[in-house]
Design a protein around this ligand. Structure first.
Ligand SMILES: [Zn+2]
Length: 330
């Protein structure tokens, strides 16, 4: 669950807000109760004083404080019993004065021990989804909306079957990938002309994998290279640097539209760093490209094409440009 620093920061801020909000609410409830029941305020004051006294006895470690300690404890028990009785008699709403923290597991800190608490994980998941939505839109891209009927049903000798059959297999594979995704899942290369549903299908995968609580970064190749350039040429802020980190550390990276950028020595080396580091560290990547595998080999340095073609499952997209046909796919 390698969420980017930015996602984690946003999730933590939301948890802090929720925690503060809950504390404010608890205080408010207590004040309402104090106003209605002045005796309750007295009891709480006495209980606090007794706690202070107990603490100071423990610090001074007097010779024989046992009697005093026992007396204070007895008094406390008595006060607590009275407190409960008063509250019960007043019939507050269930849980109105229970002073519960925003998360009973971690108290609102977001961690128990070294582990991230499920409350913070859930906020990360939500923030991750929000970020993805800002990139890939609001949700039209779901597997159920993927239309197979727009792919020709005639035999195509270049693929040895019909585009529709091929795309049926691709859809099945993409669904299985998203449903079964775990960090270290296989790598996919979507290859085919523009407008055949590559972006649509990778968006479906991104959404489902993020929904299942994994960190997903979805970005066009051009944007990724721009981010690398900003950092390289020194104008990169701390934020830019953490942006680069997410390309290396996320559970699933989706690089859209590779091959449409101007290739330079710089883009080649940035791309190699991403692809190679992620392979070495067993993190899954999906690349979509308009290039076919031959063009891919020519376009990119042998070092890159051999890493990709040797380690990625290649999925060919075939058909007619669907953007013209149904005005939808990107
Ligand atoms: Zn928690």
């Amino acid at each position: 669950m390698a969420y980017s620093e930015e996602i984690l920061r946003r999730a933590r801020r939301r948890l802090e807000q929720a925690k503060a909000e809950r504390e404010r609410e608890n205080e408010e409830h207590l004040n309402v109760a104090y106003q209605r029941l002045p005796r309750l305020r007295e009891i709480d004051r006495e209980l606090r004083l007794n706690m202070v006294q107990l603490a100071s006895i423990a610090l001074r470690s007097e010779d024989s404080p046992s009697l005093t300690v026992a007396q204070i404890r007895d008094k406390n028990l008595e006060l607590q019993r009275e407190r409960e009785w008063i509250i019960d008699a007043e019939e507050f709403e269930e849980g109105y004065l229970d002073d519960s923290p925003v998360c009973s597991k971690c108290g609102g800190s977001g961690y128990y021990g070294a582990e991230m608490c499920s409350c913070l994980k859930e906020l990360c998941r939500q923030e991750q989804k929000k970020e993805l939505t800002s990139l890939i839109g609001s949700g039209r891209e779901t597997f159920d909306n993927f239309r197979l009927d727009v792919y020709p049903d005639q035999y195509d000798h270049t693929i040895g079957t019909t585009p529709r059959t091929l795309m049926t297999q691709n859809l099945r594979m993409a669904k299985a990938f998203a449903a079964g995704f775990t960090p270290g899942a296989e790598n996919l290369l979507f290859s085919g002309m523009t407008g055949l549903g590559k972006t649509f299908l990778s968006a479906c995968i991104a959404r489902q994998v993020a929904d299942r609580g994994f960190s997903v970064v979805y970005e066009t190749a051009i944007r990724i290279f721009e981010d690398f350039e900003r950092v390289k040429f020194g104008s990169g802020s701390e934020e830019d640097r953490s942006t680069l980190q997410k390309y290396f550390l996320c559970d699933l990276l989706i690089i859209d539209d590779l091959g449409s950028e101007m290739t330079t020595q710089f883009t080649i080396s940035a791309l190699y760093r991403i692809i190679n580091t992620r392979l070495m560290e067993n993190r899954s990547t999906i690349i979509s490209t308009n290039l076919d595998t031959n063009a891919f080999e020519q376009w990119y340095h042998a070092q890159i094409s051999s890493r990709v073609l040797g380690n990625y499952r290649v999925m060919i997209f075939k058909g007619q440009d669907l953007r013209r046909k149904q005005g939808g796919f990107r």
